[in-house]
Design a protein around this ligand. Structure first.
Ligand SMILES: [Fe+2]
Length: 605
């Protein structure tokens, strides 16, 4: 039984393939088109899913689409009518795409894929909830989904049991925690639907000076976590902008200009909205626990990518276990829709394995065999040395210790926004300089965020205040006190990026200014080679933690193919690239032919 899941036309289009209930392939369209957050119909991702299993579209039994276009269109129409004639510009802008593709989705899919089989539509939050519960390790769980907006719902909660999910209550548009966060993302000068992660990263620099103002003026937050936004400050219903002049006046001025210098006010704003988000999520989590009496919680929706809030729910919330769909954003909706059809629509049995989830480390994207990589390297006369599987850990661990920056291209690409050790750039987390080196020479950005640590699963509690695995980098937790370093008197009043340069722990490259870290625990079963590498690094150099940052540069999606990894390697100051068993040294490479011709690198934005 083959089920193809699709999400498209909002943000982060994706496709996935479920065969007899098993998630076999999943990938975001952006990785193929090289357009970040690509929301077009995921033709490439679908092709990948089909080809990976040798299937033709007519062999698909069901196609599951992740939302209900008619209901979404109704929301847009109704919102327009409520605010008319305000909003005519955004309405006119949205209409052509709706008429051309979105309303007639069924026909559109049939045409695009030459498909005559059954097409089913799940609701947006149902898809998020399904993606969170069905691939979780739990047989029973509470479910919470939070995002910008689906059809009408912006937040939902429910329960999952066996092969069934049930949504119990929803918060509806325009009241949206995701859109509130996006409004502040815009106000602090970052890109909406993409820069939210930066606001979260910025928050530890600030004080929550505006928290009370947000809670008193912008929203009416109830004890149970439900809320209403005060729409007189927002413009997203009627206009093309998130906020209006009243909002600007309330917070003392216009939004920060993108790329301009960050001020104390910007970081205080970031901290305030982050604190509010944590507060709301915690209240919701507690209330849902009261209502459902479940000991486990599953989370999904774009807001569930906020690993700091997730860490708070884990630490301060009432649940025994929390599992978060790694593709928590709309890409994961494709997966949820397909799983929903398999379990709920077709009533197939589901037996959760307790500890192990069904996400398989989220290594669900394209993989490339050694033959393919060798062929590419030879054809382009790219010098390399072959390293055996057994020798890779020792060789690369040695290079990390020599303070080299290494592109690590192995196995199948990750599904979800985080690189989890298959499309990663790695380096020494103990290094005081590594953070700056990778940011300025590799990623070409000045970042106020530290990198994420990848740590051996069994050692996580030795370094961080967390007592469980975090395989998908979905939880932030503090570095243990014993691993911290005292801050010098003259370093206490530093601001911005300078604050990040202060050595705060034994692993400064992955320690944020509030001592938090976005942890990835690495497990031998999920990712054997990556595990062996870190294990070897620990054995030889006494540290079970390395830097793991995504294999891309600013403005570019994570690399997918060996060709892309080579180009990224060549256009940055990475020292080595290990692709499969082939080790490439930068000093032995010739300049890329296309770069000689064009003399340009990647675009920056
Ligand atoms: Fe969503």
């Amino acid at each position: 039984m083959n089920i193809l899941g699709i999400s498209a036309f909002y943000h982060d289009s994706a496709a996935c393939l479920i065969i007899d209930g098993k998630t076999v392939s999943a990938a975001q369209e952006e990785r193929f088109t090289r357009k970040k957050h690509d929301f077009s119909f995921p033709k490439n991702a679908i092709n990948y899913c089909l080809q990976n299993s040798g299937l033709k579209s007519k062999e698909i039994d069901y196609i599951a689409f992740y939302d209900k276009p008619f209901i979404k269109f109704e929301r847009i129409l109704e919102t327009y009518i409520t605010f008319a004639p305000k909003g005519i510009r955004s309405f006119i802008k949205a209409i052509p795409l709706w008429i051309k593709h979105k309303i007639w989705m069924k026909e559109f899919i049939r045409r695009e894929l030459d498909y005559e089989g059954i097409i089913l539509f799940t609701e947006h939050h149902e898809s998020h909830a399904a993606s969170a519960f069905f691939n979780s390790p739990f047989q029973e769980s509470a479910i919470l989904t939070i995002d910008g907006v689906g059809e009408w719902a912006t937040t939902s909660y429910g329960i999952g049991k066996d092969n069934n999910i049930q949504i119990l209550a929803e918060i509806h548009f325009p009241h949206s925690l995701g859109l509130l966060y996006s409004a502040f993302t815009y106000y602090t000068g970052f890109k909406v639907n993409s820069g939210e992660y930066k606001v979260m990263g910025l928050a530890p620099y600030g004080e929550p000076r505006y928290k009370d103002l947000i809670l008193s003026e912008l929203m009416d937050l109830k004890e149970d976590g439900s809320f209403k936004l005060n729409m007189k400050y927002f413009d997203y219903c009627a206009g093309l902008k998130m906020i209006n002049k009243r909002f600007e006046k309330l917070f003392g001025g216009p939004p920060r200009k993108p790329e301009s210098r960050l001020t104390q006010k910007d970081v205080d704003i970031a901290r305030s909205v982050q604190d509010v988000t944590e507060e709301v999520m915690l209240r919701m989590a507690r209330y849902i626990h009261e209502k459902t009496a479940k000991k486990n919680l599953c989370l999904a929706g774009g807001v569930a990518l906020n690993c700091v809030s997730n860490g708070r729910i884990l630490r301060d919330g009432p649940y025994k276990e929390v599992w978060i769909q790694p593709a928590a954003g709309d890409a994961g909706g494709a997966l949820g829709a397909a799983l929903f059809v398999w379990y709920q629509y077709l009533e197939n049995k589901r037996t959760a394995q307790g500890k192990r989830d069904f996400q398989q480390g989220s290594y669900l994207g394209p993989g490339f065999k050694n033959d393919y990589i060798k062929n590419y390297l030879d054809k382009n006369q790219i010098p390399y040395v072959y390293v055996t599987d057994e020798n890779i850990p020792e060789k690369i661990a040695g290079l990390i210790a020599e303070q080299k920056v290494i592109g690590w291209f192995q196995g199948r690409m990750e599904f979800g926004p985080r690189a989890l050790g298959n499309r990663s750039i790695i380096g020494d987390a103990r290094s005081a300089k590594m953070q700056e080196i990778i940011n300025s020479k590799i990623k070409f950005r000045e970042s106020f965020r530290p990198f994420a640590p990848a740590i051996l699963k069994e050692r996580v509690s030795d370094y961080f205040e967390i007592d469980r695995e975090s395989p998908y980098m979905m939880f932030a937790a503090p570095v243990r006190k014993e691993r911290r370093k005292a801050i010098k008197e003259n370093e206490k009043n530093l601001f911005g990026i300078n604050k990040l340069k202060v050595i705060r722990s034994e692993i400064p490259a992955v320690t944020h200014v509030d001592y938090s870290a976005r942890i990835q625990t690495v497990d031998e079963e999920y990712n054997s080679l990556f595990y062996k590498l870190i294990k070897k690094f620990d054995e030889k150099y006494g540290c079970p933690v390395i830097i793991n940052t995504s294999f891309n540069i600013r403005g570019e999606p994570i690399v997918c193919t060996p060709e892309e990894s080579y180009r990224c390697f060549m256009r940055t100051n990475m020292d080595y690239l290990i692709a499969g068993n082939y080790l490439l040294k930068k000093t032995e490479q010739k300049t890329l032919v296309e770069d000689l011709e064009k003399k340009t690198g990647f675009e920056s934005n």
